[in-house]
Design a protein around this ligand. Structure first.
Ligand SMILES: C[S@@+](CC[C@H](N)C(=O)[O-])C[C@H]1O[C@@H](n2cnc3c(N)ncnc32)[C@H](O)[C@@H]1O
Length: 255
């Protein structure tokens, strides 16, 4: 069963249902996407001439930025409506991006060792099987290639976490069930997380990266800036994202 079908089975709302809304949100600039894209680019470094795969690309926010920075980019996503939105944007402003429908847990359409860099912006927590996804990413990366992943920070965007003022008068995040690894859905009818997400602890992510033969090169917990900081001041001192640049080992990953 696809991730979207699993989500729909749970409550009837999946990525296909919110695809138009999500595309409009990202294009509106109201979401923290500028920060996510800036974080992906900062970790990716100089991508000019690199073969890059953007996994879980959605409507292509990071994909387009990587292509504009000179990479030869493929975007892959499981949701047909978001791949269609990405293709429409590519047709309107061509950057030479190839988009395909593909499940990140297999990336079956893509060859072994075909990419210098794989990126995954705000999608790892939306994909049910983290081990399968990392194995697929590892397979399509050339030995020594890099993997850049940006995720919702699991320490602060845990299920049903809320924003509250602390004793110092500053807004913070109240997290009550960090250790419960579960599929959860935000009750916010205007939130991205109404499509559901797989909450995992930070150590689960880090241990999975190690298990699949990745080594950590850099981590970022970027603060909100500009309009995002004015709209969501809690994320100025509490990071909304956790992001890593990993290096794929030259021998096969341990399972
Ligand atoms: C929060 S969106 C992020 C999209 C894009 N990277 C961005 O930054 O806007 C999560 C994406 O994960 C995709 N996704 C969920 N499960 C997937 C899977 N098994 N394989 C590929 N993509 C998947 C969804 O279709 C959606 O586009």
């Amino acid at each position: 069963m696809s991730a979207d079908a699993e989500d729909e089975a749970a409550t009837g709302v999946g990525w296909s249902q919110i695809a138009d809304w999500y595309d409009a949100l990202v294009r509106s600039g109201r979401s923290p996407h500028d920060l996510a894209v800036a974080t992906t680019l900062a970790l990716a470094g100089d991508v000019a001439g690199l073969r890059v795969l953007d996994v879980g690309c959605g409507q292509g926010a990071a994909t387009r930025a990587l292509a504009a920075a000179g990479a030869e980019v493929t975007g892959a996503d499981l949701t047909p409506e978001l791949v269609a939105a990405a293709r429409r944007l590519e047709a309107a402003q061509p950057l030479g991006i190839t988009y395909l429908e593909s499940d990140a847990q297999q990336l079956a359409e893509l060859p072994d060792a075909g990419f210098d860099l794989v990126t995954c912006q705000l999608a790892l927590m939306d994909i049910p099987d983290l081990d399968a996804t990392l194995a697929a990413v590892r397979r399509v990366l050339r030995p020594g290639g890099s993997f850049v992943a940006v995720i919702s920070h699991p320490c602060f965007l845990a299920p049903f976490a809320s924003t509250v003022d602390g004793d110092d008068g500053l807004p913070g995040r109240l997290v009550t069930r960090y250790l419960d690894e579960e599929f959860w859905r935000s009750p916010n009818p205007q939130g991205v997380r109404r499509a559901g997400a797989y909450h995992r602890t930070l150590s689960t992510y880090l241990n999975a990266f190690v298990r699949h033969g990745f080594t950590l090169e850099q981590a970022l917990e970027p603060p909100a800036v500009g309009e995002h900081a004015r709209e969501q001041p809690v994320y100025v001192r509490v990071p909304i994202f956790f992001a890593v640049r990993l290096r794929s080992g030259v021998t096969s990953g341990r399972r």
